[in-house]
Structures are given as C-alpha cells and as structure tokens.
Write a protein that binds this ligand. Structure first.
Ligand SMILES: *Cc1c(COP(=O)(O)O)cnc(C)c1O
Length: 362
C-alpha cells in the first residue's frame, strides 16, 4: 500500500552516532544542542526569532498566551484542520468562533473572518491546510486594520512560501510541528517564529515555568505563568540531523505536488484546489475534491494506494458544540475532499500509477 503519511528519519548510520553522543553526554535537558537546532531552523526559515518547544500544540498555546487570549474572549478559527489547532484554544478558556472556508483552497476565508470580528476577538487562528498557504495578503490587511494578531498554524506547511519568503516570516506568530508524520519530525516537537523580539523573549520564559535560563535560580523572580514546554537536547539533535537533509524531506512533496497539479488538470470527476497569488504550497497532503468519494477511495485501495479525508471537520465535536454555526462552504468541501499520497516515499513510477488509476475513473 502506498501510504498517505509516513515517518521520515535519517538513516541509522547518520542519526545514531550523533544521538548516542547526546544521550550519554550527561546533558539531555535543554542546552546548547537546542540553541544550535533553533539557529539552523532560523537559517532555513529566514527568521532569527525562532523558539523551539516540545510540540506544535505547545507552540500554539504560547502564541495564544502572548496574544493575551483569556476566558471570555473570542478566537476566530477554522474547522478544517487537525484537532489540536482548536483544542488548544479551549486551554485558554476562550470561545471559538468558526469562520467558513474558501471553497477553492480549503483554507479559512478572510471575508468570513472579517464578518465575525467582534469587540471580544483577541486572535485569529489560521491553518495552511495540507500545506497550501492561507490568503496571506488579505490576512496581513486584517491584522493591520483591526490590530488583531494572526496566529498562523503552519504545521502542514514547512517550506511553503509567500512572495518568495518562507512561512514563518509573515505574521506575529507562526507555529510548526515536528510530530511523527509531519514534513520533518524530531519524534515530537514544535517551533514558534516571531515577528517581534519582545514576544520571542517572553516565549522563552513561558516555555520554562517562567524561569529565565540565563540567570541562576536564586536570581530568578517568576513574573509570568510558565509551563514545561521546552525542547530537550535529544529531540533537538534529531532535529539538527533532519535539518542537515531538509531538502531531501521537503522538496519531494513539492515536486510530487506540482506533478499532480499538471497531470490531474481537466480529469473528469476531479476538481483541483487553487493557490493564492504569489504563494507556493509545500503539499504535506495533496487534496482533491472528487465526486463519489467512497468509490474513489475503494478504487485506489484496490490498486494499493491509500487515499482518505484524514481529518474530521472540528466543529462537529461535542466539546465545540457551543460554537456551532452554519458553514455552507465547509459542508460541500468536507463531503468531497480526499488526500492522495504525495511525500518523499512516493516514487516517480508510483505517482504516475496514481494518476493513471484516477484517469481511468472510479
Ligand atoms: C500536528 C498538528 C498540530 C499539533 O502538533 P503537535 O506537534 O502534534 O502538538 C497542530 N496543528 C495542525 C494543523 C497539525 O497538523
């Protein structure tokens, strides 16, 4: 079966010596290896204000805290995402206000977001779903006009670009996840990229109980509520080894995605997604809208190809029932959407086979 998602680790001859060195160094907590990982990540993204944490969810939580989101506030968010994007809003006690998606991309619709802004709106949570950048130009305008911070959950979009600049450079907060099946894994981990140095400095306190690592315990005075969200040297060493071969990890997703963009154009029963001007997706998943999705999935399975919708629309979970609202674009999109394999493990022969099977109909 050609998988839809896969864990990509460096080969053991590369990873193990480096990992063993850290494991038996006597220092496995957060230390200089973490600093080195952050510096390499900053070089890759092009933003020096990067703070690593132990999950993408922790990264989102820190962004919400820095946006001053509290109980009684509202956060506008997208229902088309992995659940952590939204369960983390629950951690703050704020209410989720759903915005509908844009039918052409599956991403949160800036026009609907604007309609839903109230005096209680403290942040706007956006997701570059499946690796397609959100409408960054429109959201930049919204951020400026209403002075409401945008949190860009880029867990699916490592390496994606807008205006030739990687995601991680466009909003006050951009978060990434290094969970097992993302573009790049550190087993578990996350990163937040900031626009402002002040947020960057505060985030470093919040990820470590509110303690300043540059001072001794005796000299520390905790002034902000912190958490145990730091990354450790072990995960960071895996991250360094991954970043040393980051192009091997990310580029094949993009090459395969572009191949499907070309080869599946005009195929009967298939509707391709669109991309916003000046944006370059990193295709963590390749998403299509198809008629008769059940039959499409079975047909591909018969040929050894895994296809699935993967995510459930988040607004139908009971925990979010007091945010219920009508979302007509999502109603249609969520019935038609399906993802096909697109990552580094998909060979040229396999992607050609996938296209042929789809072209033959279902
Ligand atoms: C994976 C994921 C997260 C959470 O990341 P973790 O590292 O698993 O905490 C958040 N948002 C989206 C869209 C994700 O896919």
């Amino acid at each position: 079966m050609i998988s839809l998602v896969k864990t990509g680790l460096p080969t053991s001859d590369v990873l193990m010596p480096a990992l063993e060195k850290v494991l038996y160094s006597g220092y496995i907590a957060q230390g200089t290896v973490v600093d080195e990982f952050e510096n390499l990540f900053s070089d890759y993204i092009g933003n020096k204000f990067s703070v690593s944490v132990n999950s993408g969810t922790a990264a989102l939580h820190i962004a919400l805290i820095l946006a001053d989101v509290k109980e009684g506030d509202e956060v506008i968010s997208t229902p088309l995402t992995a659940e952590p994007t939204n369960t983390v809003i629950g951690q703050t006690g704020a209410k989720i206000v759903w915005a509908d998606i844009d039918s052409c991309t599956g991403n949160i619709c800036p026009k609907d977001v604007e309609r839903k802004i109230t005096s209680k709106t403290k942040a706007i949570m956006t997701v570059d779903y499946a690796g397609i950048p959100i409408d960054i130009a429109s959201f930049k305008k919204i951020e400026k006009r209403y002075k409401i911070p945008i949190i860009e959950d880029a867990a699916h979009a490592l390496g994606a670009k807008f205006s030739n600049k990687k995601l991680g450079n466009h909003f006050r907060f951009t978060t990434f996840s290094f969970q097992a099946i993302k573009h790049m894994t550190t087993v578990d981990g996350g990163m937040i990229c900031f626009r402002d140095k002040e947020d960057y400095e505060k985030a470093k306190l919040i990820r470590w109980f509110g303690l300043d690592k540059k001072k001794t315990r005796q000299d520390n005075d905790i002034t902000v509520q912190g958490y145990k969200y730091h990354m450790n040297n072990v995960n960071a060493q895996i991250g360094i080894t991954q970043l040393n071969r980051i192009h091997e990890l990310v580029d094949p997703y993009i090459e395969n995605g572009k191949y499907y963009d070309e080869e599946l154009k005009g195929v009967e029963g298939v509707e391709l997604l669109k991309y916003y001007p000046n944006s370059e997706p990193s295709y963590w998943l390749y998403t299509l809208k198809v008629e008769n999705r059940g039959r499409f999935i079975s047909k591909l399975a018969e040929h050894g190809i895994m296809a699935s919708e993967l995510h459930k629309r988040n607004d139908i979970h009971s925990i979010f029932s007091n945010s219920k609202t009508v979302l007509p674009n999502l109603d249609v999109f969520s019935k038609k959407m399906v993802h096909i394999p697109c990552g580094w493990w998909v060979t040229n022969e396999e992607r050609q086979k996938i296209v042929n099977v789809i072209k033959n109909g279902w």
